[in-house]
Design a binder for this molecule. Structure first.
Ligand SMILES: [Zn+2]
Length: 256
């Protein structure tokens, strides 16, 4: 957890991040020794391990090759998780320089990812926003939608943020009704994935169609429709929870 000044001989993976961007020279995360990448003299903090090597966070903006972590979202899931942690921690420390209650300058905890106010003793942790994502099956069809926010031709399952005072299950039923106008049943949990855009934790579910006709929300969605499992449009890349939910739904469709 402790920050240290790099001498140059430290080894590992280097997450250089500021303002939700990460340094990806040649489109990849740099690895090797600090001086190999001219990182000596920077303050760095170990934030985990990947492939047996330390993952370091340096809160800094390089003059070039600063990119969105989306660039590596469909590569190794564990690496993406580490980069997401780094980008979110960099943003957390940047947005928590002063205490929200009393306005005094804060310090970083040495023992956990937290900021401490020595004046009023408040303690702040990185914000994590729970969200839901759900694969819905109707016989041998799956519900896929195109989102207004990502006009890249990709069709994916429905998703949305959990509201304050709401269970995950209630959030799934509400989001599905709001975005598509249908009712679902047989809701079951599958898996979760941290999703750093900007600070979400996606909880993945499968469900079956119950009733209603699709009537998509034009504010959120360009389109929503049923697709037969063996005739799907462009779907999200591997190593994403959306892809996994689609594949598990397709497997269920096949058994029909
Ligand atoms: Zn305070």
């Amino acid at each position: 957890m402790t920050q240290q000044k790099l001498t140059g001989t430290e080894r590992g993976w280097w997450i250089v991040s500021l303002e939700n961007q990460v340094w990806l020279p040649q489109g990849v995360l740099p690895s090797g020794t600090a001086n190999q990448w001219l990182l000596q003299g920077h303050m760095a903090r170990p934030i985990g391990e990947w492939q047996g090597e330390t993952v370091w966070l340096i809160r800094h903006r390089m003059t070039s090759n600063m990119s969105s972590p989306r660039l590596i979202a469909d590569r190794d899931a564990k690496l993406f998780q580490m980069v997401g942690r780094g980008v979110q921690l960099a943003e957390f420390y940047r947005s928590h320089r002063y205490c929200g209650y009393c306005g005094h300058e804060m310090q970083h905890s040495q023992y956990e990812w937290a900021c401490l106010c020595s004046h009023c003793e408040e303690r702040y942790y990185p914000q994590i926003a729970p969200s839901i994502i759900v694969g819905i099956r109707r016989d041998d069809h799956i519900l896929l939608a195109q989102h207004q926010r990502h006009r890249n031709g990709i069709h994916t399952v429905l998703a949305g943020f959990v509201e304050v005072g709401e269970t995950l299950e209630e959030a799934v039923h509400r989001e599905v009704m709001e975005e598509s106008g249908i009712k679902i049943r047989n809701l079951r949990y599958v898996a979760s994935q941290p999703w750093p855009f900007p600070n979400s934790l996606m909880t993945g579910f499968l469900a079956d169609y119950d009733s209603g006709e699709i009537n998509h929300d034009p504010v959120e969605l360009v389109s929503a429709d049923w697709y037969r499992y063996d005739d799907l449009p462009l779907i999200p890349g591997p190593d994403t929870i959306a892809r996994r939910l689609i594949e598990e739904t397709v497997a269920l469709c096949r058994q029909q």
